[in-house]
Design a protein around this ligand. Structure first.
Ligand SMILES: C[S@@+](CC[C@H](N)C(=O)[O-])C[C@H]1O[C@@H](n2cnc3c(N)ncnc32)[C@H](O)[C@@H]1O
Length: 278
């Protein structure tokens, strides 16, 4: 196991998730997408952020989507169930792929969604396989950004799009660790928004929409900080995924945003048609 896999892997994850769902009153024999919503989206602003990105991308039924760094699959299940997309999720962490598959079998019957363990740096798909490449909060663990962007543009068809929601480095200096993607700086590879945009353009993408969400996200963290957990409430999704370090990680994220050490970007990019490539 490499250090990124070690950071995320919890071998009892499926049981922990099912226990939390039971505690929240969900019927495990008839689980719904909404039961999973508070648990299976592993990025800032959870399902709300996923829905906003899907709307921005105007996804339609039958669209083939690759979710790079899919985690336990919340976003991909939403894209399949609500938007009728045919979704493939890949993640470096085998345990996440197994849990994602188990949850999809329970809530996505009849929909096209599948998962496989793979690295974003060597996607096991042919050229121009997907209409959309989708990624949320995965690249901060990936040092070789140019190879990542090259893989993404390779597997999306000409005219297809990359929908992205990423954490970036801010001007305030190095981040305070631990954070949800890294217990120490050795596996955190943030770039600035400018470096992200330059890297994506250098790989061949055109930028259609570029949104700096840092300020609204900072505000969101301020509101979250003030909200106490109800006594007896089931554990939150990220705390199930990351264990007892979660509270320190959240505190550090608040500080990292307040001290301008991190930012958030949402973007839509497109792969030009061949006449315009090169
Ligand atoms: C913070 S989680 C986000 C998960 C998911 N995108 C979501 O928003 O719910 C980051 C994910 O990126 C995955 N990841 C990190 N490096 C990766 C790589 N090189 N290849 C594939 N997945 C990777 C991690 O295993 C983890 O599941």
């Amino acid at each position: 196991m490499n250090p990124v896999q070690r950071h995320y892997t919890r071998f009892d994850l499926a049981d922990r998730i099912l226990d939390a769902l039971r505690q929240s009153g969900a019927d495990l024999d008839a689980l719904t997408l909404d039961d999973l919503g508070p648990i299976d989206e592993f990025h800032i602003r959870g399902r709300e952020a996923t829905t906003e990105l899907a709307e921005l991308g105007s996804l339609s039924p039958g669209t083939s989507v690759l979710d790079v760094g899919c985690g336990i699959g919340g976003p991909s299940r939403l894209l399949a169930a609500r938007y009728g997309c045919r979704v493939t999720g890949i993640d470096l962490v085998g345990e996440y792929c197994r849990v994602a598959t188990m949850l999809a079998l329970r809530v996505c019957r009849g929909q096209s969604v599948r998962y496989c363990q793979a690295s974003a740096l060597g996607l096991p798909f042919g050229d121009a396989t997907f209409d959309i490449v989708w990624t949320q909060h995965a690249s901060m663990n990936i040092e070789d950004k140019q190879r990542l962007y090259a893989e993404m543009i390779r597997v999306v068809r000409p005219g297809g799009r990359l929908l992205l929601y990423d954490i970036v480095a801010g001007p305030g200096g190095p981040i305070h660790c631990p954070v949800p993607w890294a217990r120490d700086p050795a596996i955190s590879f943030l770039v600035t928004a400018e470096q992200l945009e330059d890297g994506l353009r250098a790989a061949g993408f055109d930028v259609t929409t570029w949104q700096d969400l840092t300020e609204p996200v900072r505000e969101w963290f301020r509101k979250m900080r003030g909200r106490a957990r109800a006594p007896g409430a089931p554990p939150s999704g990220p705390s199930i995924l990351l264990g007892s370090a979660w509270e320190t990680m959240t505190g550090n994220m608040v500080t990292n945003f307040e001290e301008h050490r991190v930012g958030v970007v949402r973007a839509v990019l497109s792969r030009p048609h061949p006449a315009r490539e090169g």
